[in-house]
Design a protein around this ligand. Sequence first.
Ligand SMILES: C=C(O[C@@H]1C=C(C(=O)O)C=C[C@H]1O)C(=O)O
Ligand SMILES: NC(=O)CC[C@H](N)C(=O)O
Length: 261
Amino acid sequence: MILMHSTWEVAMASSRRSTLAVIEVTRMRPEAPDYQDFSAALVQNAVDRAIGTGWDVVRTPADIGPAALLDAVGGADGVLIMGGEDIAPEHYGVRRGYPNEGIHRPLADEAQLAVIRRAAQTRTPLLGICRGHQLINVAFGGTLITDLGEQHEHRNEDVPIQRVLNPHAVDIAAEPGYLAGLGDRITVESAHHQAVERLGLGLGAIAWAPDGVIEAVAHRELPITGVQWHPEAPRANAEHFDALLLGLQAQLVAPDVVRVA
Ligand SMILES: C=C(O[C@@H]1C=C(C(=O)O)C=C[C@H]1O)C(=O)O
Ligand SMILES: NC(=O)CC[C@H](N)C(=O)O
C-alpha cells in the first residue's frame, strides 16, 4: 500500500492551488526529433500528474537562459526539474571527452543551476528527476560519475529511444521525506549513463540500486530532493509519482528535515 500525504491537509493550509514550475531542458531538438518527442511525452505526463494531484502548472524550457528562467518561475511555489542531456562536466570540475558523452546545453545548465540555487535561498520545495537530480548534486558542489560503463541496468543501449527505459529495483532508506510514502523497495524505470558520485554539501543519499548507484538524494535542511529514475515514465507505477508530487506539496505546509543514516 502507498501512504500519501493527504490532499486534505494541504487544502486546509492553503485556499488556493499551489503552482509548480515544470522545467524541461529545451523544446527544440531539430537534430533529434525522436528524442524530442520522447522527452516531451515524459514532461507532458509529469504535467498531467501534477495537475491531477492538485497543482497548477507553469511549464517552461530552460534554454531561455538564467535571467529569463528565474523570471518565468519566480512566482512558483514548487519546482520540478525534468531529465535530459548530460550536464557540461566543467560544472563539477571534469574535462570534456569522457566515454559516451552526449551534447551539452550550456544555457539550460546555467539556468537550471540558478533555479536550484535560488530555491535553496528561498526554501522553495524542489524535486529533480534524472538530469534534475544530477543538477541538484552539482549545484551543491557534488560530482558525477561521467559514465557508468557498458554493462548496467540503468539504461537499454542500442535500442530506439522509445525502449531506452529499463526497470530495476531501488532500496529506499529515509524517514521522513519525499520518499517516505513509497516503501522500502520499489521497481523503477531508468534511462541514464551517469550518476551521483561525491555528494554535494548538505545532501544525503536516501536510495540505492542493487549495484550501489545512488538513486535519490535529499538535502538535510532544505525541501530539495532528487530521484535518478523516471517516475513519469509511461510504464512506471503512477502511484509512486503521485506520492512524490503530494510529498512536494506537503513540503509547502510542513517541510521535513530528512534524517540520513
Ligand atoms: C539525452 C539523454 O538521456 C535521455 C533523456 C531523457 C529525458 O529527457 O528525460 C530520457 C531518457 C534518456 O535516454 C542522454 O543520456 O544524453
Ligand atoms: N534521462 C536523463 O535525464 C539522463 C541524464 C544524463 N544525461 C545521464 O545520462 O545520466
